[in-house]
Design a protein around this ligand. Sequence first.
Ligand code: PLP
Length: 482
Amino acid sequence: MSSVKFWSGEQVPMEMHKVRMVQRVNLKPIEERKAAIEEAGFNTFLLRNRDVFLDMLTDSGVNAMSENQYAAMMQADDSYAGSETYYRLEAALEDMFAMPYFLPTHQGRACEHIIAKTLVNPGQTVLMNYHFTTTKAHISICGGQIEELVSAAGREITSTLPFKGNFDLDRLNESIARLGAENVSFVRIEAGTNLIGGQPVSMANMRAVSEICRAAGIPVVYDASLLADNLYFIATREEEYIGKNLKDITREIAAMMDVLYFSARKLGAARGGGILVKNEDVFLKMRELIPLYEGFLTYGGMSVREMEALTVGLYETLDLDVISQTPLFVAALCDELQRRGVPVVTPPGGLGCHVDAGSFCSHISQEQYPAGALAAAAFIVSGVRGMERGTLSEQRKADGSETFAEMELLRLAVPKRVYTLSQMKYVADRLAWLHENRHLIGGLQFVEEPSVLRFFFGRLAPIGDWPTKLAEAFRRDFGDSL
Ligand SMILES: *Cc1c(COP(=O)(O)O)cnc(C)c1O
């Protein structure tokens, strides 16, 4: 495992790789950072990367690839139909998950589109531990609704429970009984529950969910996008699985599922996606949609080079040293933030560190997007780009009123093997300063609000000129320093 004990007794995350290619990054003065976020409509999605110091927006498609992944890209078999590259990917997936049918897609949400179109009928409900933004949007477009059944601990910011992404099984039974199995399109289990802090689901819980669904005749769909982190937590936190072979665990998970899909921008550290299916009829229905929306059946919108990188990346996911890097860095960052009084989601999960913006900015009401304001303020004082995961990421109700998020979070994603520990220390330092000066942060309001997935490209403005006051306070404390 890539964490070593120092002579001092301290347990320190240790990189089990060396860096052989680097990218220059810029740390611009605070005045330029402030101008950049203004130009971006106070939405970190709209920043240009040249203005960003540490890009912690997401782990999607930005993970460091291995030399073996790059080497494999050079051997890609370029052909529209029947590429050997495709068959190598299919064989790797078969080896890893042992599910009979595979459909390639261009990314995770494309899988969700096809799954929703195939399995969701208008008026039906999809039960899940927790939603993901694109998942919910695709189910809604197909006329379906969702119910979220995550355990009570999953909705709390701090906890000591190791598997906060688990389903509340009583509520699952209750929902099925109330709705009737025929009105439930499927039950969706999301690995490494993204929006509640990258929190994992235990094997025991997945087994129980799949047994309940099997008895009720409801298909189980597994979102494996964040499987790598979830595997790490199973192999380090769940008694029965500690030290167990990761491929065996992966196959055991897949055996419980009817459909399994993933974003290869996360799983396998490449770019693309895929759906694995057990039932032939379901597979045949989904297959019709692939050439229509994705591409021919042997590439599904992915380039052959990405498919080669994915094939190698999937195998690397089964190496505990490889997959432990992100969770260990997340834990190091969370621990440092907590030590300095900054509220974060605990226990640390996968994916990234999640700052509790609700408490950080308790003086900002949810109508004024505290997590979005914190994301903008954090960028101004550090050049670190995080992502709002709160009310701004929700959609307005039919009557135009806000859907208030259960948690207001600033997510600082830790892309795999991209950043160093000193960079994590910098993030913690600037956030600690911002926390001390949090009264200077004000709210945001929309000036341009898209009706669907508004957080991606909506534009906002500060309520009052708080960014100027924040920059002035920073200058007073840091002088000429960046
Ligand atoms: C990122 C993500 C998706 C969507 O994948 P894209 O490749 O970004 O379209 C779906 N589910 C989860 C859990 C994710 O983290």
